[in-house]
Structures are given as C-alpha cells and as structure tokens.
Ligand binder design. Structure first.
Ligand code: IPM
Ligand code: MG
Length: 350
C-alpha cells in the first residue's frame, strides 16, 4: 500500500513538493511515496484535472499531499475542466469533509505580520472548515439568459444535519486537546442554513461535548474579531465558504500564507488530504523563491494525522522552528533564501 501520494500540480506546487521529497528521504526513508498528475498539468497531459487513475490512487493511499492548483494558463478551460474543479472533485471523491487549518504565529515571525506584534504574538488558532458541502457543491447552480435580456446566476447553499454534525464533532474533539473552546460562525441572522448550523452545533454540544466552551459568532463579526483580538479564539468552526474567507484572513495574521499547512479528514481510517493553503502563485512560479515551509508543515501534519508517525512529526516541527530561529527566510517573510536553500535550512536542523 502506498503511504503517501504526492500531487505536485501547478505553479509553485512542484517546487515546494521537491523540498518535501528531500525531507521525507531524510526523515522517513521507509515511507512508500508515489506521484500523480493533477490540476492544470493533468489537464494538459490527459484532458482532465483529475483522472480516474489519480483519484483511485488517492483513495487507496493513507495520505495525499497536494502542492497547488490553477493559474492563468487555464483561465479559459471549460469550467468543469479547470484545475479548481479538479481540487473540489478530489475533496469530494476522498470524502474529506473536515478541513483543519491552523494559524500559528511562529515567534520569530511576529513582525512579518501586517498587524502589530502585540496583537499576533503567540497566536495559535485552528479553523475547522466544512469542506465537501455548502455553496461549493449545492445544486442547482447555473447561469441562465433572461427572456427580457440580462442573465441570472444561481448558487445553492445547502447543509444537512448530518453534514453539520460530523464536522462539528471534529472541532469539539480537537478543542479538547487544546484550550477547550469552539467558536461556531455562521449567518443565522440572515440564512436558513446558518440557523440550522447553530441549532445542530448547540444540540451536539449539549449531548456530547458540554465540557467544551461553545460560543456562537456571526461570521462577519468573526472577520472583524480576527483582526481586532485574534487570540480570543481557539477553534473556529465554520462552513465551506466562510471558512475559505476566514482562513485566508487568519493566515495573513501569522505573517503570510507561505507558512501555513492544512489537513482535510474524512471518516476515521480513510485517507487524509494535506495541502499548503497558499495557491499556485503564478507570479513567482519557476523562479525558485517560493516558501516551501507550508508544504513541509503539511507533510508534518500528514505524518501526525494519517501516517502514524508522531515522533517524526515532532522532529520536523521542531526543525522548522529552529530553521526560522536561525534566521532562515524566503522573500515572502523578509529574507532572500531560495526555495532549495530554505529546504536545506530545515534539513540541516534534522
Ligand atoms: C482554498 C482555495 C480553494 C477553495 C480554491 C483553489 C478552489 O481557495 O483551498 O482555500 O476555494 O477552497
Ligand atoms: Mg481559499
């Protein structure tokens, strides 16, 4: 059985995963790795961003590590063939409904944030984003021509009790191992799905997780609180769309997207999908200056959550912290190291 499938994908994806391969060769040489085409690169080769073969391999592995997908090159590809469509199909096909996005401010990087050091220093929050439902997948969705001229675009936001409950359970479980607090965010003042979300989370909390502190917050207020006083949060639990927005916002608090990993998990025992939360960064792709730390930390999460290697994960996490302590910086965090040199700085600490 393959332990880890690598999907380098597009843009800076292959560059940052190249550093992960070096780390894996040093840290866990016995892991069985395999690599498959994905995203725009796969569309160019095979006419589809996610081939049946790649999906089957992903489902059969213990973990999948994706680099990045998308770029201007595929902007005019048919909508269902765009790299992003491949990513959504991969998430749905793997059934990874709970997206765990930590926003952790590494001590030496507190000044890399656009917020004041005293606001972000020591920040350690986790966004739990529902990943396979909501408006990203709801039907119907279309753009139609109107008889009198003009067009109409429709998306559907939809959630069932079961979908809300299973992701909320992940958030509550995670909180127990941390500071024991969940802030559930929706727009129950405006949206029916928001109202159901709040009811289901409240109900699950009183049935199974009464020991965890639960707070409800409207998603717009959460966006404001994240820049005002981010350390009030431990776990933020939210839906697919709000989670997309709030996780980018939270990432910026920590000094940038180049550092942040994510894990997407489904039912216990199934494979996890790991992705750096930065995108394909077409503006810097091919220049060898992308920060590989988000990808390396995504591998760290895979070791911990899917591959049963917590000691290796601890060692890798410590090595990344030590590399940053030693002053290693790529341009996105105020330095001048290349992607390969940053990878080497982590290897040196291993
Ligand atoms: C993310 C990205 C994706 C999303 C895109 C690339 C489809 O923004 O992982 O946050 O919207 O989920
Ligand atoms: Mg996003």
């Amino acid at each position: 059985m393959t332990d880890l499938i690598l999907l380098p994908g597009d843009g800076i994806g292959p560059e940052v995963l190249a550093e992960v391969k070096k780390v894996a060769a040093r840290l866990t040489p016995d892991l069985a790795l395999d690599e498959h085409p994905f995203g725009g690169t796969s569309f160019d080769q095979l006419g589809t961003p996610l081939s049946d073969r790649t999906l089957a391999a992903a489902r059969a592995a213990r973990a999948v590590l994706m680099g990045a997908v998308g770029g201007p090159k595929w902007a005019s590809a048919p909508r269902d063939k765009r790299p992003e469509a491949g990513l959504l199909a991969l998430r749905a096909g793997m059934g990874v409904f709970a997206n765990i996005r930590p926003a952790l401010c590494f001590q030496p990087l507190a000044d890399a944030s656009t917020l004041k050091r005293e606001v972000v220093e020591g920040l350690d929050i986790v966004i739990v984003r529902e990943l396979t439902g909501g408006v990203y997948f709801g039907q119907p969705r279309f753009i139609e021509d109107l008889p009198g001229g003009g067009r109409r675009g429709v998306d559907t936001q939809v959630y069932t009790t079961a979908e809300i409950e299973r992701v909320a359970r992940v958030a509550f479980d995670l909180a127990r191992g941390r500071r024991n607090k969940v802030t559930s965010c929706e727009k129950s003042n405006v949206m029916e799905t928001g109202l159901l979300w709040r009811e289901v989370v409240t109900d699950l909390h009183s049935r199974e997780f009464a020991d965890v502190t639960l707070e409800h917050m409207l998603a717009d207020n959460a966006a404001m609180q994240l820049v005002k006083n981010p350390r009030q949060f431990d776990i933020i639990l939210t839906d697919n769309l709000f989670g997309d927005v709030l996780s980018d916002e939270a990432a910026q608090l920590t000094g940038g997207l180049g550092l942040l990993p994510s894990a997407a998990l489904g039912e216990p025992g199934g494979p996890g999908l790991y992705e750096p939360i930065h995108g394909s960064a077409p503006d810097i792709a091919g220049r060898g200056i992308a920060n590989p730390l988000a990808a390396i930390l995504s591998f760290e999460m895979a070791l911990r959550w899917s591959l049963g290697r917590p000691e290796a994960a601890d060692r890798l996490f410590a090595a990344v912290g030590a590399a940053l302590d030693s002053g290693a910086r790529t341009p996105d965090i105020g330095g001048a190291l290349s992607t390969a040199d940053m990878g080497a700085a982590v290897l040196a600490q291993l």
